[in-house]
Design a protein around this ligand. Structure first.
Ligand SMILES: *Cc1c(COP(=O)(O)O)cnc(C)c1O
Length: 431
């Protein structure tokens, strides 16, 4: 990222960062739909394989379209280096596995996306990586108690999907740094338009670009951005993958050769992407960039609709409770004011009076809001977890998971506010 990018407003970065065409070159980022790249000599290509020269040789490792879009996301977060992945799941796995291995331990907020919970608690556990989950508002003492000598990373989400809890980023960063490990924050729901976790001490940010960044439900994707602020060499014994020779790359020491700003993303690309795949297709990266060009225009409208819907629902006697972090009285209101002063996501969750049957009637009566598992789309969508994503659970099991059978998750799109409220009003009347 150039110095110029950092001086610009987030609005200008959304539109222009990452790609500057030369004289007579395409105005829009070209889709480099090519698996491979041609070289005049084997020597030149050999330098690329040795990481001695930078350039493209195979799209599984790097592709110019993906690199331009990753550079934009990096500029939006104010980071030092970034990369795209095939999905948000791949982004979180790569970010964690780049510094964890069998025998490592992760401290994670319990308020995270279900897929990430499964990744950490089950799949990474099978790989020998242990974990401890803590409340997103854990006190310094509670956090302290979660660490072990083998802890290698702390993980949380700025605004949790679907719980809508707000992470106390500064507190988590302080705890992580006191133990010589980085804080990784999944910033999917807030987006860098509303929160830039590096400004609060986070070291690495991840995204499911599938959500607001794409914003149109067009392509699944993910991204990882490194702040370049974490000093791997100062904690060299904890991070041998970055601070000791990589035998699969002729003994390169990433933190020495690529420095604090380049080590993390270079290793994630040249080792994890090389060995595990999970590259984003250049075509999807192109669609993602179209979404990013209007992210700063769309987010305030998502948020405005979310707040209006939350305030409307709060007044209805058919609604037992509403969760929206910017609603006065929400348990996360103070943290939202601190970390998200200008707004947050457009996702609202609420519980209807009348239990599961009321929620089912409400869902069936909606006209504008579509029933989908997706969130953060231009079109409003709505989910009743008890009859869809969590339908295998009994009411007792749902209660244990913190989900009421009458809970509805409502993701406000970009439609007119009055129309969304009218749709909700008539659906409430149908109960
Ligand atoms: C959706 C989501 C993910 C997973 O992303 P995919 O792109 O679906 O793989 C991870 N984190 C959060 C916060 C999400 O909302």
């Amino acid at each position: 990222m150039s110095e110029k990018d950092l001086e610009q407003t987030i609005d200008t970065r959304c539109v222009q960062a990452g790609y500057t065409p030369g004289d007579g070159e395409p105005r829009q980022i070209p889709i480099v739909q090519s698996t491979t790249f041609k070289y005049d000599t084997s020597e030149h290509m050999g330098q690329l394989f040795d990481l001695e020269a930078s350039g493209y040789f195979y799209t599984r490792l790097q592709n110019p379209t993906n690199d331009a879009v990753a550079a934009k996301i990096c500029a939006l977060e104010g980071g030092a280096a970034g990369m795209l992945t095939s999905s948000g799941q791949a982004a979180n796995f790569f970010a964690l596995f780049n510094i964890c291995e069998a025998g490592s331990h992760i401290v994670a907020s319990s308020a995270i996306y279900g897929g990430t919970y499964n990744l950490i608690a089950h799949t990474m556990a099978k790989m020998g990586v242990e974990s401890t989950f803590v409340s997103p508002t854990a006190t310094a003492e509670e956090l302290e108690a979660a660490f072990r000598p083998n802890t290698r990373a702390v993980f949380g989400e700025t605004i949790a999907n679907p719980a809508l809890d707000v992470l106390d980023i500064e507190r988590f960063a302080q705890a992580a740094h006191a133990h010589g490990v980085p804080l990784i924050v999944d910033n999917t729901f807030a987006t860098p338009v509303f929160c830039r976790p590096f400004e609060w001490g986070a070291d690495i940010v991840t995204h499911s670009t599938t959500k607001y960044m794409d914003g149109h439900g067009a392509g699944v994707g993910g991204a990882i951005v490194d702040s370049g602020n974490f000093d791997w060499m100062a904690h060299a014994e904890k991070f041998p993958g970055l601070t000791t020779p990589d035998e699969s790359y002729h003994g390169i020491v990433y933190a020495e050769k690529f420095g604090q700003a380049g080590a993390f993303i270079t290793k994630a690309t040249s080792q994890l992407m090389r060995d595990l795949g999970s590259i984003q297709s250049p075509q999807n990266a192109f669609y993602l960039n179209l979404g990013l060009e209007s992210l700063h225009v769309r987010m305030p409208q998502h948020f405005k609709n979310g707040l209006a819907v939350a305030e409307f629902l709060e007044k209805s006697d058919k609604v037992v409770s509403v969760r929206f972090p910017h609603l006065e009285g929400d348990p996360y209101y103070e943290l939202a004011q601190k970390y998200l002063p200008e707004g947050g996501s457009g996702v609202v969750s609420f519980e209807l009076a009348g239990g599961r049957a009321a929620a089912e009637k409400f869902m069936a009566a909606l006209r504008l809001a579509a029933i989908e598992t997706h969130v953060a789309d231009a079109r409003t969508c709505c989910l009743h977890p008890a009859s869809s994503t969590h339908r295998q659970m009994t009411d007792e099991e749902l209660a244990a998971a913190g989900i009421s059978p009458a809970m509805v998750r409502f993701s406000c799109g970009l439609e007119g506010t009055e129309d969304l409220i009218a749709d909700i009003e008539q659906a409430l009347a149908a109960i």
